[in-house]
Design a protein around this ligand. Structure first.
Ligand code: PMV
Length: 337
């Protein structure tokens, strides 16, 4: 039997950046994201039982060693199901891997859902909200942000209790219907793998008492305001909150020792172009965020897309390619055959 699962990466508006409990993968704060449309950016993972005597990972067509977190997740499932046969994991990203475009979020969500279906052969290919929410508590042990790719639309990763792993899970805040007006532009400045991985980068923030206090204090009220802005469709408020959050996140990265500067001069030019466009229009019509890398993710509304693109593409910003996408309508797409 083979199982194939397609999931999409999610982009955090309110970031996960540091763990409160490293062993249980409990974050310092809750986080909030939108899941991108899997038609534009996705991970496709196919699992089957392997004829040889070990688990094998083929990532983007190349055999790679399994990450420790993958083997931990495999061991957990094997403990639950008593299935011992080796597994062949074939996974493909339709966009640059480990380049600050949230590839780990779609990778681990697809892996965990596919594993669940492979090891529960009588389960139908559709999963319930409760099952996806439960699987989010497993996938965040591979990559924290992956728990939010269990759902389409806008998703919160609720921090939960720092001593109860099951309570730290993903919850869908709204489906993509509430975000149907939102246009997302993914500006790929560099597709090179980032030099400092997010695990290492966020540890530095979590270990710095003043940065940690900053996040513990600022994020909870900011996240509540972001949710309200989304639910009330207050674009300007969401824009301000997301850019404030992004500035704080980048500050946390760049003020550690040694500093961890993820932006490139081209990223800064993109920020400038967004600010200039908003200033000319005397309104927050476009906003940006970044993950752990130089690639910018821009958000605007359908009605403002053309005038922004017209302005943006005339700017002499070199070496960046821009792809338009929207919010994912569905939960992960699964098939068994
Ligand atoms: O999921 P991880 O461990 O790769 O960390 C994700 C970190 C950010 O993408 C920068 C923020 C987030 O919440 O997605």
């Amino acid at each position: 039997m083979k199982v194939t699962v397609i999931t999409a990466p999610n982009i955090a508006l309110i970031k996960y950046w540091g763990k409160e409990n490293e062993e249980l993968f409990i974050p310092i704060n809750s986080s909030l994201s939108v899941t991108l449309d899997s038609k534009d950016m996705s991970t496709t993972t196919t699992l089957s039982f392997n004829e040889t005597n070990e688990d094998i990972l083929i990532l983007n067509g190349k055999q790679c060693p399994l990450a420790k977190r993958m083997t931990n997740i495999l061991s957990w499932f094997r403990g639950e199901t008593k299935e011992t046969r080796p597994i062949l994991i074939n996974t493909q990203n339709s966009f640059p891997t480990a380049a600050g475009l949230a590839s780990s979020s779609s990778s681990y969500s697809a892996f965990v859902i596919a594993l669940f279906l492979l090891l529960n052969p009588t389960h139908p290919p559709t999963l319930s909200i409760e099952e996806l929410s439960f699987l989010s508590t497993i996938s965040r042990q591979g990559s924290g942000s992956s728990c939010r790719s269990m759902f389409g639309g806008c998703v919160e990763w609720e921090k939960g209790s720092s001593s109860d792993s099951r309570s730290s899970k993903a919850v869908q805040i709204c489906t993509s219907a509430a975000l149907s007006d939102l246009e997302i532009l993914v500006c790929v400045v560099s597709s090179a793998a980032k030099s400092i991985g997010s695990t290492e980068g966020m540890q530095k923030t979590a270990n710095d008492p003043s940065l940690r206090t900053l996040r513990e204090t600022n994020v909870p009220p900011r996240l509540e305001k972001a949710k309200l802005s989304i639910l009330s469709k207050d674009f300007a408020s969401l824009a301000q909150i997301t850019m404030d959050e992004c500035t704080e996140f980048l500050h946390c990265c760049s003020t550690t020792i040694p500093p961890n500067g993820y932006l490139s001069p081209i990223s800064t030019q993109i920020i400038q172009a967004v600010n200039d466009f908003n200033t000319i229009n005397k309104n927050l019509l476009v906003f940006y965020t970044f993950d752990a890398g130089p690639n910018a993710i821009l958000f605007t509304r359908t009605g403002d897309l053309l005038s922004f693109l017209d302005y943006f593409l005339r700017k002499p910003i070199t070496n960046s390619s821009t792809k338009r996408t929207s919010v994912q309508t569905k939960d992960p797409i699964c098939s068994k055959f």
